[in-house]
Design a protein around this ligand. Structure first.
Ligand code: PMP
Length: 350
């Protein structure tokens, strides 16, 4: 099957085959013997990993486990090195030079970076002044500019704003473009469309284990979509893209889902604590459905002043100068941040 969105250069490609046959004498892939890390492998769980062999090129076990987690068949999932790799692969499969890519502002900056890398034209819809998103404005812009793909982040980074499920559905139905729905922070919210991907021709949901599962260093992200889109993305996915250790630890983490759920509850409490703490300091903080709080503060050099106190937060430039994003840490970290903010505000004339 060929997707109607697939680009010319990918039309005739086939997915690189990575068959995996357990064999007593395996001499089919030019694999060497593990001589450097023998001690590591003997003394730890790494024994199971057989790191001298190429990993499972389809990440089968991991995708099965992801499927159980999401309530989807493994055939609807592609796994890779973070959702960042998924954004890259989607552009690689579908976005031609000169195609339009629609996104909203502000949002995750990598959509525009990858659009640029693939020589696409970025079309943007501004959030409202309170950083909520006007769904009708997105639909209007999608109709007017006929983009190849629409990138939406829900809940949105950096604002924390959550679109209702019905609102996202309305966008998916109103456009003929691919809708790439980045749900990196959805474990902290409600309203995922991940189980609905098979009901749409044009919906791709991105997820990651970097946030709620707390495994950013593993580099494990994935997409869920219908089988046609999955097949197109697999054509441009490098063989063996996901390393053996990440696949192994990803499966282990997914089997500890309850721990993630408990952590998510803690983060939600801490997010509220941060929000209320900032409000008490008279700061314009925005309600968030993610694991961070977006706020406005006009103290000059705020980041530097916080860093002098040992606290780092995310600052922005351009149209978002004077806006900041602070991740919900544990209670001690959040208290330290809020106390530092209080000190800085006391020292700064308003
Ligand atoms: N999407 C969003 C919205 C993000 O905030 C991030 C990380 N900052 C990513 C994708 C990338 O995450 P990863 O590559 O670690 O999965």
């Amino acid at each position: 099957m060929t997707m109607k969105w697939i680009k010319e250069s990918v039309k005739d490609l086939k997915t690189y085959p990575t068959p995996r046959k357990p064999m007593e004498v395996k001499l089919d892939s030019n694999e060497g013997k593990n001589i450097c890390l023998l001690d590591v492998c003997e003394s730890t769980f790494l024994q199971d990993l057989q790191i001298n062999l190429y990993p499972d090129g389809q990440s089968c076990l991991l995708r099965e486990e992801l499927g159980k987690y999401l309530g989807l068949p493994a055939a609807n999932i592609v796994a890779g090195n973070g959702s960042s790799e998924m954004i890259d692969l989607i552009m690689k499969a579908f976005v031609e030079k000169g195609d339009k890519v629609l996104s909203v502002f502000p949002s995750f900056s990598m959509y525009s970076v990858f659009a640029k890398i693939y020589s696409a034209e970025l079309v943007s819809v501004e959030s409202r002044l309170d950083f909520s998103l006007d769904v009708n404005a997105v639909i209007r812009k999608a109709k007017e500019s006929a983009p190849k793909a629409v990138f939406l982040c829900n809940p949105n980074n950096p604002t924390g704003y959550l679109l209702e499920k019905e609102e996202v559905e309305a966008i998916a139905k109103a456009t003929d473009a691919l809708l790439v729905l980045d749900e990196a922070y959805m474990e902290f919210a409600y309203g995922s469309l991940v189980q609905d991907v098979t009901a749409y021709e044009n919906l791709i949901v991105l997820r990651t284990m970097s946030k709620a599962f707390g495994l950013a260093g593993l580099r494990l992200g994935y997409l869920a979509s219908n089988e046609g889109i999955v097949e197109a993305v697999n054509r441009v996915r490098p063989p063996y893209n996901l390393n053996a250790l990440t696949q192994y630890l990803g499966v282990k983490a997914l089997r500890e889902k309850d721990k993630m759920l408990a952590y998510v509850e803690e983060v939600k409490k801490e997010r509220e604590y941060l929000f209320c703490g900032l409000k008490k300091l008279g700061i314009n903080a925005y309600p968030s459905d993610a694991n961070f709080i977006f706020f406005e503060c006009h103290v000059p050099n705020l980041s530097k002043k916080l860093e002098e106190r040992g606290v780092s937060i995310r600052s922005f430039s351009g149209d978002l100068e004077s806006y900041y994003r602070v991740t919900a840490g544990n209670r001690g970290e959040n208290l330290k941040f809020l106390m530092s903010m209080e000190e800085i505000l006391e020292d700064s004339p308003r």
